[in-house]
Design a protein around this ligand. Structure first.
Ligand code: NAP
Length: 517
């Protein structure tokens, strides 16, 4: 965004809480942290030179490699001079004709346009468990992992949470811990990632093919360059259907979904797919009771963000790993020595890891302390749940634009693709506002229509069936239940954003600054 606005000749400055660039890849340094999108397309597309000069080394990039990439981008485009690091925004208020931003360090910034790039998964959700402060060992949330690392060699480690993060961290922690105890509340589906080094010829092939790859991404439902199969899996004989699932399983990763048409819209297709994945858990995990506890039965496959893994289910065959079902016997307290369950069972621990996710999508925006027209706090405007127009702006908050905000496809897509689409769209809007000396904010009518459409788009899929999903805000106690990302597909969404711009932004109230002055 900074690069793009600079290119328009606009004075732009970035405020960043961390003391380095990298966002999610700066903070999420837990053991096993790796991207679930493949490296050749989990990257920027705005610079052909950048695409050609950067060499990815693995099918899925690890945290350290992505962080180096982002540091390279910051240097390559001379971005650092436009950022203040270690600068946490404490509040941002619309002052009538500009935004006034205060930081925790006592600085004040003003700007005409405020663009948020705070990410969707940056507000850590640490469960409020009684006694945590009394724990004699060390505890960490995966999203705030110590930069110096945590040596678990020979120690007793507990992990709470079996989402994408827990599923990545558990096998790696188990390899060095004396004992690993996994506290599982909800069993999850997971597909083998099948990570591997990227060969020189594969990497060269991707580089030669980027124009076509980007085209497929732009036309896709979720920003991944996968063409969704047109095979009607239900029409196949059982053995052929299983063979199709098996091939997709062997190829691994998020592209498994692209092999199964209608998996998120047709319950019968989803049942078949979910049953195939459950059979894989049974055949991988030696102890049938452990396998049953690990088998998800409360939600259809992919209605919660599907994790991908390296040896996740295999890890439960290790003698130093135990699984505790905290749905059946909930965590009652953290004690000085470990975790105590409602039954009174004690699990002594030296290290406790919370892989418990985030106050997703709305949380990072609420933390900014935003106040719009008439001093209305975003927290009040969103008391019934986050509401935006196109996920790009909020009624009552002039000249505020939200990259991958709630109500946009964001977390249902390959994030860089959605981020770049928003950056381009916001840059065009800002250029329009500058050219015509206008302020802009979504109209309440457009915002209400968009909220209806976001709901309809989710209801047309099986996604709302996952009752405990963070897509719905269900993972944070007290958070309003609203389906937050837009599930209507990336290409369709991009078309609607383009139409909005082409029509002169009819969903926005555009006010002349000259008349206001
Ligand atoms: P998550 O999907 O929200 O999973 C959190 C886990 O913690 C769930 O198993 C949840 O159980 C459990 N939990 C939460 N509070 C609990 C409590 N009080 N007691 C017991 N268990 C509790 O969070 P995440 O794994 O960090 O992943 C979040 C998202 O980040 C992912 O879905 C993905 O979009 C992104 N991510 C991406 C990558 C990647 O690309 N490699 C890696 C990691 C994360 P319930 O299910 O019962 O709520």
């Amino acid at each position: 965004m900074v690069h793009r606005l600079r290119g328009l000749g606009i004075s732009v400055h970035g405020l960043e809480a961390a003391d380095g660039v990298g966002g999610t890849w700066f903070w999420n340094r837990y053991p096993g942290a790796r991207c679930d999108s493949e490296s050749y397309y989990y990257c920027y597309a705005f610079s052909r030179e950048l695409e050609q000069e950067w060499d990815w080394t693995e099918r899925y990039p690890g945290q350290a490699e992505i962080l180096s990439y982002l540091e390279h981008v910051a240097d390559r485009f001379d971005l650092r001079r436009s950022f203040s690091l270690s600068t946490t925004v404490s509040s941002a208020s619309w002052g009538g004709d500009r935004w006034v931003i205060d930081t925790e360090g006592g600085e004040r910034w003003t700007c005409r346009w405020l663009v948020t790039a705070v990410g969707c998964l940056s507000s850590a959700n640490v469960p409020d468990i009684p006694g945590l402060a009394s724990f004699a060992g060390e505890w960490h949330h995966t999203g705030q992992w110590p930069h110096e690392g945590v040596d678990v060699t020979g120690r007793r480690v507990g992990v709470v949470g079996t989402g994408s993060t827990g599923i990545q961290a558990i096998p790696v922690l188990a390899a060095s811990a004396a004992h690993l105890t996994v506290f599982q509340r909800t069993a999850n589906f997971s597909i083998p990632a099948r990570n591997a080094p990227l060969s020189t010829s594969e990497a060269a092939g991707y580089k030669a093919d980027y124009a076509a790859i980007r085209e497929v991404q732009q036309a896709s439902t979720n920003g991944h360059p996968f063409v969704v199969s047109d095979v009607d899996t239900l029409a196949l004989p059982d053995d052929e259907r299983r063979a199709l699932f098996q091939r997709a399983w062997e190829r691994g990763g998020l592209r498994f979904r692209a092999a199964v048409r209608d998996v998120l819209t047709d319950p019968a297709v989803n049942d078949e797919t979910s049953e195939f994945l459950r059979s894989k858990i049974r055949s991988t995990v030696d102890d049938p009771e452990v396998a049953e506890t690990l088998t998800p039965r409360d939600h259809p496959f992919a209605t919660k963000r599907p994790p991908i893994d390296t040896d996740y289910f295999e890890t439960y065959n290790r003698p130093n790993v135990s699984l505790v079902d905290v749905r059946a016997d909930p965590i009652e307290a953290v004690t000085r020595d470990g975790v105590r369950l409602a039954s009174g069972a004690e699990h002594p621990l030296d290290v406790l890891v919370f892989a418990t996710g985030f106050d997703a999508l709305s949380g990072p925006l609420l933390r900014l302390g935003l106040r719009g027209r008439d001093g209305v706090a975003l927290a009040d405007a969103w008391a019934e749940g986050a509401a935006t127009y196109l996920g790009l702006g909020v009624a009552g908050f002039p000249n505020l634009f939200t990259i991958t905000g709630p109500g946009s496809p964001s977390v249902l897509t390959n994030m860089p693709t959605s981020i770049e689409q928003h950056v381009e769209w916001i840059a065009d809007l800002v250029a329009h506002l500058r050219a015509h000396d206008l302020d802009a904010e979504p109209t309440p009518e457009a915002q209400a229509r968009w909220a209806d459409h976001v709901r309809e788009a989710a209801d047309a899929t099986l996604l709302p069936q996952a009752a405990s999903s963070w897509y719905l805000g269900a993972n944070v106690p007290g958070k309003p239940r609203v389906f937050l990302p837009y599930a209507g597909g990336f290409a369709r969404y991009r078309g609607m954003c383009d139409a909005e711009a082409a029509a002169g932004y009819p969903g926005f109230a555009l006010r002349s600054r000259r008349r206001a002055a």
